[in-house]
Design a protein around this ligand. Structure first.
Ligand SMILES: Cc1cc2nc3c(=O)[nH]c(=O)nc-3n(C[C@H](O)[C@H](O)[C@H](O)COP(=O)(O)O)c2cc1C
Length: 171
């Protein structure tokens, strides 16, 4: 491969419908400072007012993906060099672990396990939900697939989300 063929490193940022998603621009800015090119894949719920989609598209220079492309349409994003899920909801974590692929975000996550690229997850799940046995099983299953998790965060007591943790997990 020549230097001309080399593509810049490409990061998928998967965004779920948690309140903290409103600040996802911080993660994108931090990733760009670390020389990542970023493509955002959001769950359909997350597209429903959880973050400023126009600001994110302006920052990444690419449309946010949320629905599957039509057959015959080219893939809009390159194959990723790494994937982060931030914030990750209870719902998406459990469905991912169960192999459910009924949103583009989930389908993408289910597929990346086979790509061998680093995957970092920042869950935003309150303590009560995190105590559900299905959630604990999901974490064990995904960790067993090599997925890396940030420390538990439930948004209580105004604790900082620490968006850069997602990048530390994959580097
Ligand atoms: C304002 C608001 C904030 C929410 N915050 C969270 C959250 O922090 N964590 C979480 O797991 N679910 C949260 N939810 C619930 C999720 O949006 C809901 O479970 C949804 O089905 C998740 O969809 P997704 O996983 O496809 O993004 C929140 C819902 C609302 C309306």
């Amino acid at each position: 491969m020549t230097a001309q063929d080399e593509q810049p490193p490409f990061l998928y940022v998967v965004v779920c419908a948690a309140g903290i998603a409103a600040d996802v621009g911080r993660l994108i800015a931090a990733a760009q400072e670390r020389e990542w090119h970023v493509g955002v894949i959001a769950t359909p719920h997350a597209m429903n007012g959880f973050f400023d989609t126009a600001a994110v598209e302006a920052r990444t220079g690419r449309p946010i993906r949320s629905a599957w492309r039509r057959p015959g349409e080219p893939r809009p994003f390159p194959v990723p060099d790494a994937v982060v899920v931030a914030p990750a909801t209870f719902n998406t974590i459990n469905k991912w672990a169960a192999g459910i692929a009924d949103t583009l975000a989930l389908g993408t996550l289910c597929e990346v396990a086979g790509l061998g690229v680093p995957v970092g997850v920042l869950p935003c799940v309150n303590e009560t939900l995190a105590g559900h046995p299905a959630y604990q099983d999901s974490l064990i299953r995904l960790r067993g697939m090599g997925v890396r998790f940030g420390y538990p965060y439930d948004g209580a007591q105004g604790e900082e989300f620490g968006w850069e943790r997602a990048l530390d997990l994959i580097e």
